[in-house]
Write a new protein. Structure first.
Length: 366
């Protein structure tokens, strides 16, 4: 692939100096920012993530801040998940939909107070949609992108590393909850969350200038824990069924097609702009849905849709794929028509390297 030329439109992060010093080998572009994709190799990074602890530059998960009397009302307008029972200190995974019920983003909502929220976004320009909704409905709310940059600590030794930097109280944070923790005189939101199934935390670093001091402190404190710079790992995320907006789903898909129905309370999410559209399709359910797909390997890199075939009939597509060292097979995420999504269904995947035998699984691997 040709070189991606740097410019001010392709933004560096508060941690880019640390990432480069750690020997990053590849990037992707995410919310107009650099997101590392590999340090040693995808396979070696995968093994280390499962055995030790990594520090990830995920500053590309930008925050859309809602602040003001109508902040909670606006937040509910964006999602079919009922937020009435959400308390300050909680994080909710929230499908964001448009007026047709199509997915615009799948962020984490962070409730700081009744009148202040952060939406920690996936890869789409959600800020513009949120500002448009607020303006159109004349809501009393301020919307902005604060100088807040997430830094993730992921892996089985993450609790030990975080306790050395923030104190043992960080161990008490429950899943998808957060607390305020001080580092060098400044308070940061620390949540037990992250884009892996290995456990860990996300630190919402307050201020660009705080980025590298915290990065360096984590690296120094974790020397004997074999800490390394890392990044979201393609193999591990597919094994765990962690979806990637823009790869596995987009605005042509409803949350129910993406297997996210458990995060929707459409009947009670009063005010959601996509509520009526989702209620209209709720009776019959989706005609296609995301499934785990096992592929006879080896599989090549997946940078485009691969047709899922039953003979000469196309019945879906593979959207993400990799070779799993732990499970000895090709692992994939696919969107499959309801006629063929039952576990055990045998299909064929047409990859750029030729056809591969495939099978629909009951569940993801981890």
């Amino acid at each position: 692939m040709a070189l991606i030329s740097p410019s001010r439109r392709l933004r560096r992060t508060p941690f880019s100096d640390g990432v480069e010093a750690a020997g990053v080998k590849g990037y992707t572009v995410y919310n107009h920012m650099l997101l590392p994709t590999v340090f040693h190799s995808v396979e070696e990074d995968y093994r280390h993530l499962k055995e030790a602890v990594q520090v990830w530059d995920v500053a590309c998960e930008r925050q859309v801040e809602l602040r003001g009397p109508d902040a909670a009302r606006l937040m509910q307008m964006l999602t079919p998940r009922d937020l009435r029972g959400m308390l300050p200190g909680q994080c909710f995974y929230v499908p964001i939909v448009d007026e047709t019920g199509g997915m615009l983003n799948d962020p984490v909502a962070v409730k700081l107070a009744e009148d202040r929220w952060w939406i920690s976004i996936a890869d789409s320009d959600l800020l513009l949609w949120v500002k448009g909704i607020a303006y159109g409905y004349r809501l009393d709310v301020l919307i902005d992108e604060p100088d807040v940059s997430p830094l993730a600590v992921q892996g089985p030794k993450s609790d030990d590393l975080m306790a050395r930097v923030f104190g043992d109280a960080v161990r008490d944070i429950r899943f998808f909850r957060f607390g305020w923790f001080e580092f060098q005189g400044r308070s940061h939101v620390v949540a037990r969350s992250g884009y892996s199934k290995q456990g860990g935390f996300e630190i919402y670093v307050d201020g660009t200038d705080a980025g590298m001091p915290l990065w360096n402190a984590l690296m120094e404190a974790g020397r004997d824990l074999d800490v390394r710079a890392g990044c979201p790992n393609l193999i591990e995320r597919i094994e765990g069924g962690l979806l990637s907006y823009g790869n596995d789903m987009d605005r042509t898909n409803t949350p129910h097609e993406c297997g996210l129905g458990r995060f929707c309370n459409t009947a009670t999410a009063i005010g959601c702009v996509g509520r009526d559209a989702l209620l209209r399709v709720a009776t019959d359910g989706p005609v296609r849905q995301i499934r785990a797909i096992e592929i006879e390997g080896p599989v090549p890199g997946c940078d485009r849709f691969w047709p899922l075939m039953d003979g000469d009939k196309r019945v879906g597509r593979v959207t993400s794929a990799a070779n799993s060292p732990d499970f000895g097979t090709g692992v994939a995420i696919g969107m499959v028509r309801m006629t063929h999504w039952d576990a055990g269904t045998e299909l064929r995947v047409d990859t750029p390297d030729g056809p591969r035998a495939a099978r629909v699984r009951e569940a993801f691997w981890i």
